[in-house]
Design a protein around this ligand. Structure first.
Ligand code: NAD
Length: 258
């Protein structure tokens, strides 16, 4: 039996391939979860869901701009109608607007924080509402919320002011959600990837030799992580194996922040 057998999961930002969201959705489905994959790129999310179904898993794609409260209402209503509950939420959708502080405009700052932080507020609030619902035993069903932050949410990385602020906010917000949700069995942890080879940066980096060498020098293990390295951590946090783990920051960075 899979490690997530019978669980209903939602992964945001799941359209990008290679991406942390799509890989997490694939790993969750392989372990027996029904996975809702959402993204503002619906065609991409549908392609990932079709791939999962072709491999024998269960998935459904939904259009979703994570900055829109109305979209969260619609997505949660669809999950409610489909399954009546949510066991796992991965707030993964995100963007990286990079540039030194003197080049960062207020507009870019607000946009970055809207996509990476305000969305996590909206999602965690909605997800916790669903997880607080009572099961047959009269107790809150509970669940696991996994908020994707970054090493930039832990240490000062140059050129990352808006990104770091958003990801640092995700870290501390997750701790509050963990403390507030604990009595209802709702766990919330933040995940902090280092350099992972996805569309957001890794693939572009691999095409730029000078940049690539400079970045590898920052990683004690000497190579970029694969999306599976983060997806496997997400799997652990989604599963009951991590039932006593909440309010933590889990780092997956090849030693970058050690
Ligand atoms: P990616 O660019 O490959 O995928 C991000 C996905 O989010 C895309 O499918 C995109 O369409 C979606 N998205 C963006 N804005 C959205 C919105 N408003 N509504 C809905 N969907 C939206 O990036 P990734 O590397 O897979 O990153 C996933 C998460 O991991 C992000 O939060 C990112 O900040 C974080 N992260 C990544 C790395 C890395 O090295 N790849 C490192 C640290 C943190």
């Amino acid at each position: 039996m899979g490690r997530l057998a019978g669980k209903i999961a939602l992964v945001t930002g799941g359209a990008s391939v290679p991406g942390l969201g799509s890989t997490t959705a694939q790993v969750f489905a392989r372990e027996g979860a029904f996975v809702y994959i959402t993204d503002r790129d619906l065609a991409g999310a549908e392609a990932v869901a079709e791939g999962i179904k072709a491999a024998g898993g269960q998935a459904k794609a939904l259009a979703h701009d994570v900055t829109s409260e109305a979209d969260w209402d619609r997505v949660m209503a669809a999950i409610d109608e489909g399954h009546g509950r949510l066991d796992v939420l991965v707030n993964n959708a995100g963007i990286a607007v990079l540039g030194m502080l003197d080049q960062c405009t207020l507009e870019a700052w607000l946009h970055q924080n809207n996509v990476n932080l305000n969305s996590v507020f909206l999602g965690t609030k909605r997800g916790a509402e669903m997880m607080r619902r009572k099961g047959d035993d009269g107790k809150a069903r509970g669940g696991s919320i996994i908020n994707i932050s970054s090493v930039a949410g832990l240490i000062g990385v140059p050129g990352c002011s808006a990104y770091a602020a958003s990801k640092g906010g995700v870290r501390l917000f997750s701790k509050v959600a963990a403390v507030e949700g604990a009595a209802d069995g709702i766990r919330c942890n933040s995940v902090h990837p280092g350099m992972i080879a996805t569309n957001i940066q890794g693939v572009a980096l691999e095409d730029n030799a000078a940049n690539y060498d400079a970045t590898m020098a920052l990683i004690p293990m000497g190579y970029m992580g694969a999306p599976e390295d983060v997806a496997n951590l997400n799997l652990f946090l989604a599963s009951d194996e991590s039932r006593y783990i909440t309010g933590t920051e889990m780092v997956v960075d090849g030693g970058m922040t050690a």
